[in-house]
Design a protein around this ligand. Structure first.
Ligand code: IPE
Ligand code: IPE
Ligand code: MG
Length: 253
């Protein structure tokens, strides 16, 4: 398990180790082109492939993508149905390539809402790629930060019936859906909105936030480089002062 940023200051590198992205703007991208919204979602899948490759080339170890939120069920039923179909067909289609590229695939979220077939694809894909470490690619599907904290709390209470005053942050964090990854260094949201929309609420405590107006279907390796360049200008203080940081070792690449 990784040490939390509120417990200890992590060793930093100039390239973010973990990037988390809210892939937003698919619908507007399509509407601007007088296409149905689903055309934007389809195009967005190609960008996922490009980003995974770009992250490998840049030495990013973990890439986490928000594909469907707990609140996206509020959308029109035909769009929800399309997104579900797109998710399982992309999963099926991409698996061989993910495996060949040594990418470990993880799906996080409340999977109880998915049908049995999709759930078995998910398990099979995770098992087949579990040993890969060139990139850990996490897709957050039917995920919500509040759902995650609540499910972690349920596990904690059932596994640890001990004095509540003895509980530490880590006791909860070890049950979060992404306990296998360090907290994100860089959060990117495409599509112009500047909000977190119930993504990784716990893990974003000390993540650098980056917002761009580019719609997800137009997001490219160059756009990723711009985000990483912006990240490199940030001073991550974790509660300390600038002077304290200056007296510690400079980041490695
Ligand atoms: C993000 O794009 C994809 C999902 C939420 C599934 P949107 O569908 O939210 O696109 P906009 O924000 O309406 O343009
Ligand atoms: C956030 O985007 C969720 C995903 C990208 C999967 P939304 O488009 O659903 O967010 P809001 O509704 O604008 O906050
Ligand atoms: Mg949106």
């Amino acid at each position: 398990m990784f040490t939390s940023t509120t417990f200890a200051i992590p060793k930093l590198a100039s390239t973010p180790r973990h990037i988390a992205i809210i892939m937003d703007g698919n619908g507007r991208w399509a509407t601007q082109r007088k296409l149905p919204r689903i055309a934007g979602h389809k195009k967005g899948v190609n960008v996922v492939r490009t980003m995974a490759q770009a992250c490998i080339e840049r030495g990013v170890e973990y890439l986490t993508l928000f594909a469907f939120s707990s609140e996206n069920w509020r959308r029109p039923p035909d769009e929800v149905a399309f997104l579900m179909r797109l998710f399982s067909s992309a999963l099926k289609r991409e698996l061989t390539q993910l495996d060949a590229n040594q990418i470990c695939l993880k799906i996080v979220g409340d999977l109880s809402q998915f049908d049995d077939r999709t759930r078995s694809y998910i398990t099979a894909a995770e098992e087949r790629t579990a040993h890969h470490r060139r990139l850990v690619l996490t897709i957050a599907a039917n995920y919500g930060g509040r759902w995650d904290i609540l499910q972690a709390m349920r596990q904690l209470i059932s596994s640890h019936p001990r004095d509540v005053n003895q509980l530490a942050e880590d006791d909860l964090a070890r049950h979060l859906a992404m306990a296998y990854a360090p907290e994100p260094d860089l959060f990117i949201r495409t599509g112009g909105e500047q909000r977190v929309s119930n993504f990784l609420l716990w893990q974003l405590a000390y993540t650098e936030l980056y917002f761009t107006d580019i719609f997800w279907p137009d997001f490219s390796a160059e756009s990723l480089d711009q985000a990483i360049t912006a990240y490199r200008t940030r001073e991550r203080r974790f509660g300390q002062t600038s002077a304290q940081l200056a007296s510690t070792v400079a980041p490695t690449s």
